[in-house]
Design a protein around this ligand. Structure first.
Ligand SMILES: Cc1cc2nc3c(=O)[nH]c(=O)nc-3n(C[C@H](O)[C@H](O)[C@H](O)COP(=O)(O)OP(=O)(O)OC[C@H]3O[C@@H](n4cnc5c(N)ncnc54)[C@H](O)[C@@H]3O)c2cc1C
Length: 445
């Protein structure tokens, strides 16, 4: 596709991946990023230190040949390791099938790998310390804090949940632009479990650890250096909240009462807790995602979701793959490409947004609920016995071929049925699996 210049705003995860897809088509790509170059400067990659990469994200990386490289840098997580208040642990596998697991990857490592590939191998031009301050929806011009003004054949906004391009669409750029931002009452803070004196993991390496405590929870994902990054999810304000943890005494009492086993593993808890910021969590929805063929919102700028399904980045990577397929079909007819992209992706983005919110309650409350634990056991057995059975979690996480909207609809119907069965039966081994499958197959969705 010669004679096409595409401007991308944001060299985060989705902007850097998209740049590779476009440049591989012969498109001239310029990418503008408000932060410095994280390959040269000590800057945080922003938000979570590590994230769960699963099949939708892997499918997108595979198309540009980076899947194997990234998986070699990842720590596989085969299930959720539930930490009870008394310190007992139980592993709930993510799937009953071999080879279905999620992967803990470094956000910075992934971002750097994508930027290197984009710059070194496919000629993408990066401009750092360039903060977009306005986008003109009529002319297609992007204006930066530095005074620079740029324009291409089109512009794609990958500038994340606080997108400035979306702001321009909302504030007069697009008539009747729908926008909603819903904040969760909970925020998050990251903490660190270092490796032991021999450099080894201090807990099971191949699991996503969860301390579910109903009103709040903590999770921990492994890093390749033997450490874990913990994320504490807690209400911003109220009785048990970040607001209450104001000094060393209140913090240690809170951890002693709720996360006693983890407390022993976090030597720098007090320092880290008071040094690290509390992040906000929210869901962003908007419509339309494009201004004709002039610009498109992609990734979190179009559909930020709460992180409880581990799908925000995976969904954003899937965006890149779908957009690339549409360019394959329609070439540089950007208006058609963007309209179709919005048609295909909007309902799926809404589906994962809802499932991600629901999964917060599942992780926080349900993993400590015996009926839910039985249901997970039953699902694992079904996946082990029946190759064509997929739990909702598996459809979302391991089926890159299935739209999120289908996973949600089918998954909810299955969940209702299985929860009912597990409410009525205490021993999962007594359940007739063939009979359950007959019922599942007769569900009309
Ligand atoms: C705590 C937490 C845990 C998460 N865990 C997971 C997980 O396990 N799995 C998963 O799939 N997803 C996870 N996510 C979601 C994931 O982080 C996002 O979905 C993903 O980062 C979206 O990528 P993006 O490129 O669209 O946006 P971002 O990663 O936010 O990148 C946006 C980029 O644009 C730049 N930018 C912003 N404004 C401007 C501007 N005005 N001008 C120029 N540049 C600008 C930013 O500096 C940044 O580099 C998690 C999120 C959080 C908060």
């Amino acid at each position: 596709m010669p004679n096409q210049k595409v401007i991308i705003i944001g060299a985060g995860l989705s902007g850097s991946l998209l740049a590779i897809y476009l440049a591989k088509r012969g498109i001239e790509v310029e990418i503008y990023e408000s932060r410095g170059d994280m390959r040269k400067e000590e800057i945080s990659a922003g938000r979570s230190i590590n994230l769960a990469l699963s099949n939708r994200g892997i499918a997108a990386l595979k198309e540009i040949g980076l899947d194997e490289y990234m998986l070699a840098e990842a720590v596989p997580m085969h299930g959720r390791m539930i930490h009870a208040a008394d310190g007992q642990t139980k592993l709930l596998p993510y799937s009953g099938r071999q080879g279905e697991y999620i992967n803990s990857v470094s956000r910075a490592g992934l971002n750097v790998a994508l930027m290197n590939e984009a710059e070194t191998y496919v000629g993408v031009k990066f401009y750092f310390d360039e903060k977009l301050i306005d986008f003109d929806c009529k002319t297609g011009e992007a204006r930066f804090e530095s005074g620079k003004i740029v324009k291409g054949e089109t512009l794609i906004a990958a500038d994340g949940a606080g997108s400035k391009v979306r702001d321009a669409m909302l504030h007069g750029g697009v008539a009747r632009f729908d926008f909603s931002q819903k904040w969760l009452a909970h925020g998050y803070k990251e903490l660190h479990i270092p490796p032991d004196a021999n450099g080894a993991f201090r807990m099971e390496k191949n699991a996503l650890h969860i301390w579910a405590r109903r009103q709040f929870m903590m999770i921990a994902l492994p890093n390749t250096d033997g450490s874990f990054t913990c994320t504490l999810f807690l209400a911003h304000t109220g009785e048990t909240s970040f607001e209450q943890l104001t000094d060393k005494k209140s913090l240690l009492e809170f951890f002693e009462a709720n996360f006693a086993d983890a407390l022993r593993l976090i030597p720098t808890l007090v320092e880290d807790f008071f040094a690290n910021p509390v992040g906000n969590l929210g869901t962003v929805k908007c419509f339309p995602w494009n201004v004709g063929g002039k610009s498109l919102l992609l990734g979190d700028s179009a559909h930020a979701v709460v992180p409880f399904y581990g799908q925000g980045m995976n969904a954003s990577f899937e965006d890149c793959r779908v957009l690339n397929d549409l360019i394959e079909q329609h070439g540089a007819d950007w208006k058609t490409v963007f309209n179709e992209f919005t048609n295909v992706r909007k309902e799926n983005a809404d589906a994962i947004a809802q499932m991600a919110e629901e999964n917060f309650y599942e992780m926080r409350d349900a993993v400590a609920d015996p009926v839910f634990v039985r249901k997970r056991e039953l699902e694992t057995k079904l996946e082990h016995e029946f190759p064509d059975y997929f739990s909702k979690y598996s459809m979302v996480t391991f089926r890159a071929d299935l739209p999120y909207s289908v996973a949600k609809q089918k998954g909810n119907a299955q969940d209702n049925l299985l929860m009912k069965i597990c409410t009525e039966t205490e021993n999962v081994n007594q359940i007739d699996l063939e009979e359950v499958m007959r019922k599942i197959n007769s569900i009309k969705t």
